[in-house]
Design a protein around this ligand. Structure first.
Ligand code: CMP
Length: 138
């Protein structure tokens, strides 16, 4: 099991001032923040990041949403980080998310769902490298 994952506090979380509460949940769940920055993704960066979804009907809307404001990518460390973080954030669709999860508390719907979490150890490393150089990581 890997010990790193990539989280993004998405533009809706930044706009609604939920970032402090979400970061608190992440720290209280035992994750260490190894890298963090606030950025506005370019269209090119968002298209590459979500390339796996390029054939999905929601791809263009997803790129628009992710570039609609600032977001906060974070490199997180914990044992079994990918699975543990996905437990903390809950299902993509907040109506399906468990009580007390980040998405249950803060997501609007399947699209504007407050946070991103990597879905595998391999993708976690690719996604961390998408946002962070080695010098930017503790
Ligand atoms: P994320 O975990 O970042 O991974 C892919 C993103 O695509 C997802 O969160 C949502 O923001 C978005 N997404 C996934 N499924 C749908 C859907 N059915 N409709 C709209 N957006 C979606």
């Amino acid at each position: 099991m890997g010990n790193r994952t990539l989280a993004i506090l998405k533009p809706d979380s930044v706009r609604k001032n939920h970032i402090g509460d979400i970061i608190k949940m992440i720290l209280q769940a035992g994750f260490k923040i190894k890298g963090m920055k606030m950025i506005k993704m370019t269209k090119e960066s968002a298209k590459v990041f979500y390339f796996i979804h390029k054939d999905r009907a929601f791809y263009n809307d997803l790129v628009e949403y992710m570039t609609s404001g600032h977001c906060i990518p974070m490199a997180l460390e914990k044992e079994n980080a990918v699975t543990e973080f996905r437990k903390l954030i809950g299902a993509t669709d907040p109506t399906q998310a468990d009580e007390g999860t980040v998405r249950k508390l803060y997501a609007k719907d399947k699209a504007e769902n407050a946070v991103h979490g990597s879905d595998s150890d391999d993708n976690a490393e690719i996604e961390i490298a998408h946002f962070f150089s080695t010098q930017e990581l503790i």
